[in-house]
Design a protein. Structure first.
Length: 159
């Protein structure tokens, strides 16, 4: 669990921006804030953070690093606008749910059910229904991001 104002320089330090290789970025995700993150994160984990997650520069590397590390979603009290959009564009699920953040403690198992627009703290047996993402945004995320979504639309128009 991370606090407020986690910026993109902390999500992926600038010294690694010479690559777009997802696995290289994943190996360094959050390393200046949480040196054990890359070695302890497991496929499907949910990052929980406070307000204004992803503030700072508009680098797409930040959500790519998290997604590459196996993060299935980020639940935060709120998101910086550009990070939110970059997450959608790269296919990383983001949910604003301040109630879930307030009730979650480090080590709690949290999951996101995008179809139900639900955030669950499995450890405590509590669930919340934050405002769902618009259907067209969910379509982009389900497709894996904006590029695959656009390719799919173009292919369907050719048929």
């Amino acid at each position: 669990m991370y606090g407020d104002n986690v910026d993109t320089d902390v999500i992926i330090p600038a010294r690694y921006l010479t690559t777009t290789d997802e696995s290289v970025l994943a190996a360094h995700a959050l390393e200046d804030l949480d040196p054990s993150f890359a070695s302890s994160v497991q496929e499907g984990d949910v990052v929980v953070a406070g307000a204004n997650f992803g503030c700072g520069s508009s680098r797409e590397h930040a959500p790519v690093a998290l997604k590459g590390a196996g993060v299935s979603a980020v639940v935060a009290s709120s998101f910086a606008r550009i990070f939110f959009r970059n997450a959608i564009n790269t296919g990383l699920v983001v949910m604003a749910c301040p109630e879930a953040v307030a009730a979650t403690e480090p080590g709690d198992a949290v999951c996101v059910d995008l179809a139900k627009a639900e955030v669950r703290n499995e450890t405590k047996g509590i669930a919340w229904k934050p405002e769902p993402l618009p259907e067209f945004v969910m379509d982009i995320v389900r497709a894996g991001g904006l590029v695959p979504w656009t390719k799919g639309r173009l292919e369907s128009q050719r048929s």
